[in-house]
Each structure stands twice: as C-alpha cells, then as structure tokens.
Design a protein around this ligand. Structure first.
Ligand code: M3L
Ligand code: AKG
Length: 388
C-alpha cells in the first residue's frame, strides 16, 4: 500500500474566524459544505451527491464547531450539521501526486527492457476457481510491469474468456467482442495476416483506446515464426526524454490522427488527434503511449512543418527497435498474455502455418476500477472521492 505523505498537514480549527485549516491552507466553507458525507447529502447506496450544491449560500459560515482526536464537527449557518474525519481533510490538503494515487490506481512502476525475459511477471491459474485473488494478483502485476502471464490456464477460448470476464466485461468493437483469429483476413486488418507486425499499441483510431489486451495462442501448426514482441513504452519514452528532450517534447505535444478503414462500411477515426505520449497534467505521471505507424493518418501540423515531427518520431522508432528494449517470447497454449495497451507495445514476427490466437480488449477505466478495488479496497476508494 502506498505510504501516506510523512509530513501530513496539521488539521485544526481556527475558532476565532471559524475556519478549518490543514497546515497553512484554509479549507473553503463552500467546499466543506458541498462535501458533507452524511446520508442526506450523499446517497447511501449510489454514493452520488444528493445535495444541490448551488443551493448552498455563497456566504455559508460555520456557526459552531468542535474538534476531537479523529474528526471535526460543524454546525453550519444553514442549520446543517456535518462531521469530517481528519484523514478526509488531510487528503483534501495533500499534493496532486498524493491525491492521484487512489484515483488513478497508481503503484510504483517497474520499467523494463529485454532483461525482463529472465523473470517475466506471471500468476498461476488455479482450478480452485478463486478468480478474485487471481485477478487482483494479475492486475497488480500489470499495473506495475504493464503485462503479466496467466500460466497453467486451460487452453480453451472458454477458459480464456472466463478469466477476462472476471476482470471486467469485454469491449465490443468492429472485430467483435471476445476474439479468436487466424491469418484469414476475416477482418481487413494486418493482424489477420501472417506478416510481421512492428511494435505498436492497438486501437489508436478509437478516441478511448483499449485498456487491456489479451493474447492466448491456442495453436500454431505446420509452420514457424510468429514470436511475440513486447516493449515497455514508458521505459523507452523515459529514455527518449533523457536522450533528446526536444524530440520527446514534439511527440508529447503534436496531435496525430489515426484510422481503421479496411472493413466495408467502417471508417473509424477518433474525435480529435492525440500525441504519442500523454501525461497527467496535474502530476506529470505518464498516462499513455499511442503508437501505431500502420494506422497513423494525419500529423496535425502545417504541412511545411511536419518534418520536425518525422525527425522526432524517427528517434523514437529507433529506440523502440533497440534490442535492449525488445522482449521476444513465444506464446503457447495455456500461457495467456495480458497487457496494458496504454503502456506496452506489442508486435510479432512473420509466420507460416496455422496460427490461432484468442483474447479480448477491456476498457482502461474498467480494469483500473477492478485493480483499485483489489489493491486499495472499496472503503479507501470511497473516502477519497471528494479529495482525489
Ligand atoms: C485481433 N485483434 C482484434 C486483437 C486485433 C485487431 C487489429 C488491431 C489493429 N491492428 C490495431 O492496431 O488496433
Ligand atoms: O498475432 C499476434 O501475435 C499479434 C497481432 C496484433 O498485433 C494485434 O492483434 O494487434
């Protein structure tokens, strides 16, 4: 569990002016009143605000207040009574980084390169059917490393789907929901061929790219090749930032468009362009790598200025293709690969023969939600909603 900030602000009351303070910060009455957690202000089941925020008088004041070791009790000038735990108030006064931890489900990231082949993150499927602890272990490793294997899984689409659905519902796309594909161009996308695919993230053409992606190789017969490639996009982005901050800045600030246009009647593009690298503006924490050269459409620059973007992208591409950043592995029946498509790029070598893979996409918000419940617990999540 992340440690609470060591220097927590002293929570107290300035009774002479009837203000709640957290260290040197005065907590505005309107925020306090609006975030009363009583069951008249917050629906006990749905956790939604019942209070009409703007029915609170702009000059709401503290009529009476008392402080205990753990909490602050307030009688408001509108007659309402509220109680706030000091931990709740500490959270409100904390740094953006601290407040983001529970909201975004943040753990310490383990960046990796090709050396991960020595000890890749993995969990073991157990016949016990206790998928809840399996899922928490699986997602904790994915949150930390960006990917994890599920070993000893039944080599069936059914078992694969069941494991994915124990995380969250599978995302329906124009490829269907749970996918089971071979090189037959059943969908007009190069994934459904046997050519090599360089490291990329999927669904850059969706406004909200798939969060998790899973591959379970069920069969590869009568041929060779088809090795799987993983690259830690956050690690390589950090390397680019260190080596060429200008190139990094161009890729982090230039919007790029993408498309999926191979299937009859389907011409998908996101509602806006997105940069290759995205961070949380409040904390600088890396959020997403969006990279797919095959599906790239326009670069959102005046045409006579795009060369700088290409120069920066060439440097990024070269780093992605450095052996030290490439983790190659042969997937096999019973070994399910699940990875964070917002961080880890994937690819494959060309292959011959019949090769069949099943798996699914899960939305970012849905898998992070499931991770948070297992890692932080419901109570901690709920108590941080107003202050995150
Ligand atoms: C088979 N499966 C549905 C996983 C992939 C479909 C193709 C994904 C596409 N090439 C992209 O990069 O988004
Ligand atoms: O066939 C594979 O191993 C990967 C295919 C792929 O990159 C994809 O489906 O996005």
């Amino acid at each position: 569990m992340p440690k609470r900030a060591p220097s927590l602000p002293e929570i107290g009351l300035k009774t002479n002016v009837n203000k709640v303070t957290a260290g040197t910060k005065e907590i505005p009455n309107i925020w306090l009143r609006d975030n009363c957690q009583c069951t008249a202000c917050v629906h006990d089941d749905t956790k939604q605000r019942l209070l009409d925020t703007f029915s609170i008088p702009k000059n709401i004041a503290i009529s009476n207040c008392s402080e205990t070791e753990e909490a602050i009790n307030i009688q408001w000038s509108d007659g309402h009574e509220s109680q706030y735990s000091k931990e709740f108030l500490e959270d409100a006064a904390n740094t953006f980084e601290e407040r983001a931890i529970v909201r975004q489900g943040i753990t310490n990231l383990e960046l990796w390169g090709s050396e991960i082949v020595e000890n890749p993150p993995r969990v073991r499927y157990s016949e016990t059917g206790d998928t809840q602890s399996l899922v928490t272990d699986l997602l904790t490793r994915i949150r930390k490393f960006g990917f994890c294997y599920v070993l000893d899984a039944p080599a069936t689409p059914e078992a694969t789907e069941q494991i994915l659905r124990s995380i969250a519902f599978i995302r329906e796309t124009h490829y269907g929901g749970f996918y089971d594909f071979t090189a037959d161009l059943a969908s007009k996308d190069t994934a459904y061929t046997n050519i090599a695919l360089e490291a990329h993230t999927d669904t850059t053409y969706f406004s909200d790219p798939a969060g998790l992606q899973a591959f379970h190789l069920l069969e590869h017969s009568g041929g060779e090749g088809g090795a799987s490639l993983l690259v830690d996009g956050f690690k390589v982005a950090a390397d680019l930032l260190a080596e060429d901050p200008e190139a990094y800045g161009i890729l982090a600030s230039t919007n790029v468009h993408s498309h999926a246009s191979g299937n009859e009647g389907i011409y998908i593009q996101p509602y806006r362009g997105f940069p290759v690298f995205q961070h949380d503006p409040a904390t600088g924490i890396p959020l997403q790598v969006r990279w797919n050269s095959s599906d790239r459409a326009g670069v959102e620059l005046p045409i006579d200025q795009v060369e700088g973007w290409y120069d920066a992208a060439r440097k990024w591409d070269a780093l992605l293709k450095q052996e030290e950043n490439e983790y190659w592995a042969k997937l096999e029946p019973g070994k399910i690969l699940v990875f964070d498509n917002w961080r880890v790029l994937h690819g494959r070598s060309a292959f011959t023969g019949k090769r069949r893979i099943c798996g699914g996409y899960i939305n970012r918000d849905d898998w992070i939600s499931r991770f948070k419940v297992g890692y932080f617990g419901k109570d901690r999540i709920l108590e941080r909603l107003a202050t995150g």
